[in-house]
Structures are given as C-alpha cells and as structure tokens.
Design a protein around this ligand. Structure first.
Ligand code: MRU
Length: 349
C-alpha cells in the first residue's frame, strides 16, 4: 500500500507524488525549507497531508535552537515560511497554529527547556498523524450510507449492480495519513464486499485523478475507470453515476466549498442530472473565519502547467494563461458535507 508520509524519528519521509505512477520514490526531508519546497512543488499535496507535513516542518524548523529565545524566534520564522507554501488549503494554517500554540504553552511553563518544547511538539505531530487516519475512517462511516442510498434510489444494490461513484482530483489515501476523505467510503465499501465502480476524472492540468486516484484505487482492488475531464457529462448522461463525492481544501462558514479546479463544473453537471454531490471534509478543512467562498484565497500556479504536458509544449510559447488551482462550489450545489462528526446539509443556518 502506498504511504503518503512517515516520521522516521529525525526526518520526514514523503512519497514523491510528482513521480507517480511511473516511480514510487520517497524523499527524506530534514529542514523546514525542504518541507516548504515539497508542499509548493506538490511532492506532498491534498489538504490533510499538507497539514501534517507542515506540523513536522515546524518541528524541523525549531529543532536546532540552542536557547529558548532562539526557539521563540525560529518558531515565528518557521510558521511564516511554511504558511506561505500554498494559500488555499486551510489545513496548512490550522496545523501551523496548532503546533505554535502547543510550543508557546510549553514555553510559558517555568520548567520549560528546549528539549521539553521539542518533545511536546513531536508528541503533537504524532497525534495529528494518528488522528488524521481516524478522521478518514469516521468520514467513511458517515458517507457510505449516503452512497448506498444514492445507488438504491437508482436501482443499484452494490451486489449484482455496482454503484457508480464519480470523483475529481485526489482526496484519497495519497492526500491523507489514512484511507482518504472522499475515498474513505469507497475503501470501506470494498472491505465489506459492496461493489462500486469509480469514475475518476483525470483532473487537468496536473492529472491528480489519472496519476494518483486511479493508481491508488486500482492497487486497492477497486473497479476504477479513468475518464478525461470532458467526459464526465457523457458518463452522467448515460446514467452511470449514482453519486459524486469530492474532497475540499477549505469550506467557508456558509458552506461554500473550495476544491481542485474543475469541481464546480462537476457540481453543476451533478445538479443537471439530479445526482447527489457530496463533499468529504475533515473539520480541519472548515474555516468559520471565512464567511463565504468569495473570501477563500485561490492559488494561481505557473503558466507552464497549462502550456506544457509533462514538459512537452502543447501551446505557443508566450501564450497568456489563467491557471487557478481551485474553484469554489456554492453551497446550494452541495447536497451534503460529510465530516468525521456526521453529515451537514448546507446552508449553514
Ligand atoms: O493541488 P492539490 O493536489 O493539493 O489539490 C488537492 C485537492 O483539491 C483535494 O481534493 C483536497 O485537498 C482534499 S484532499 C483530502
């Protein structure tokens, strides 16, 4: 089974997702600068995995402090550095804040030493990693009945007739420390012998659906069908999709959902074809300080991600490009948001 990240006791080992599926290679990081670079280059990606990686990045950033004063300075510097890696996934800020808080609480104790702060932070990181896996399982438990009900409504029982699920990008085990968020009910169904067919959008421009979701589901023994993004309407119009489930990088207080570019189009299609559109969201991805989707910062990425296909030019040199990495699906297109605590149906009030 592919493993997204691992703490070795002194370094952060990340599966290099830029190389998948052609090579399964780990990179071992020992500084916060390396973690920042890995997050920015999508070596590790997916909101929950970004959060846990940033937590360990905080530990790496402060571990060489020689005094409590130096630790205080490196804590702030590391938080600023890692916080600037990517703007949209709120899990990044959430994880950095959580580690900063733990460190500052320990720093305020009269008995604090550099060692005691580092120990406290390392325990917190391990806790976040473990908790992330538990959250995935809990989301799966809440989401699976919704997928089954959606199948039954369209005459599919998950035994003789597999239930059709469409997903976009990768909110799978490669985006988390567990069985994924959007993929969690899919893995749970598979464990219980319920038959599903998963339609995986390839997810241009960086192909997380093709390179990551299709790979991990196929390796997990799940019936997955890879489609180009422009085929989703056709698949839905042929009645092959009973429910859509996607992940999220940030849910605003009103229930608007930011996720990988292309998600909004899928949600509009799902509404057209009257297919439930579910969002799997750990509470660490919910940003109550963000009133609506308009307030969510959307990452713009480099033009060559669009003008080149895996380094091969596919557009004229110098052509102008818009490359937003995420879009916002308004809450009224969202059937339900599934967290580790249960199912929430927008609008917020
Ligand atoms: O740019 P990425 O690959 O980090 O985008 C990832 C997504 O959009 C995921 O759907 C989201 O982070 C949720 S992962 C559980």
């Amino acid at each position: 089974m592919l493993r997204t990240l691992e703490w070795t006791g002194s370094t952060l080992k990340l599966l290099d997702q830029t190389r998948l599926p052609n090579a399964v290679v780990d990179v071992e990081l020992s500084t916060a600068i390396e973690v920042h670079d890995a997050i920015r280059r999508l070596v590790v990606r997916g909101a929950p995995a970004i959060g846990v990686s940033a937590a360990y990045g905080m530990l790496l950033g402060i571990r060489d402090a020689r005094s409590l004063d130096e630790l205080r300075v490196t804590l702030t510097e590391t938080a600023d550095l890692l916080g600037s890696a990517r703007p949209t996934a709120v899990n990044l800020a959430w994880a950095i804040q959580r580690i900063s808080l733990v460190a500052q609480t320990e720093l305020r104790s009269a008995a604090a030493t550099v060692r005691s702060v580092l120990e406290r932070v390392e325990v917190e990181c391990a806790d976040m990693l473990r908790h992330d896996a538990e959250v995935c399982e809990a989301i799966g438990g809440h989401a699976l009945p919704l997928l089954l009900a959606a199948g039954v409504r369209r005459g599919r029982d998950g035994r003789d007739n597999p239930i059709g699920i469409l997903t976009h990008c990768n909110a799978g085990l490669l985006a988390t420390c567990g069985i994924g968020t959007a993929t969690a009910p899919i893995y749970l169904a598979h464990r219980r012998g319920i038959r599903l067919t998963v339609w995986a959008d390839e997810t241009r421009p960086l192909l997380q659906g093709a390179r990551l979701t299709a790979t991990e589901l196929h390796q997990g023994g799940i019936d997955v069908r890879l489609i180009c993004d422009d085929m989703a309407a056709s698949v839905m119009s042929r009645g092959l999709v009973d429910a859509v489930i996607v992940g999220t990088d940030r849910v605003a207080a009103n229930g608007d959902v930011a996720n990988k570019i292309g998600t909004l189009g899928v949600a509009i299609l799902a509404r057209h074809f009257q297919i439930p559109f579910l969002v799997a969201a750990p509470t660490s991805s919910i940003d109550l300080a963000c009133p609506s989707g308009r307030d969510i910062p959307i990452e713009q990425r480099a033009a060559d991600e669009v003008t080149r296909f895996r380094s091969v030019p596919i557009a004229m040199d110098g052509i102008a490009v818009d490359n937003p990495a995420f879009d916002v699906t308004p809450y009224d297109l969202v059937t339900a948001i599934v967290t580790e605590h249960g199912v929430w149906t927008p609008p917020a009030e």
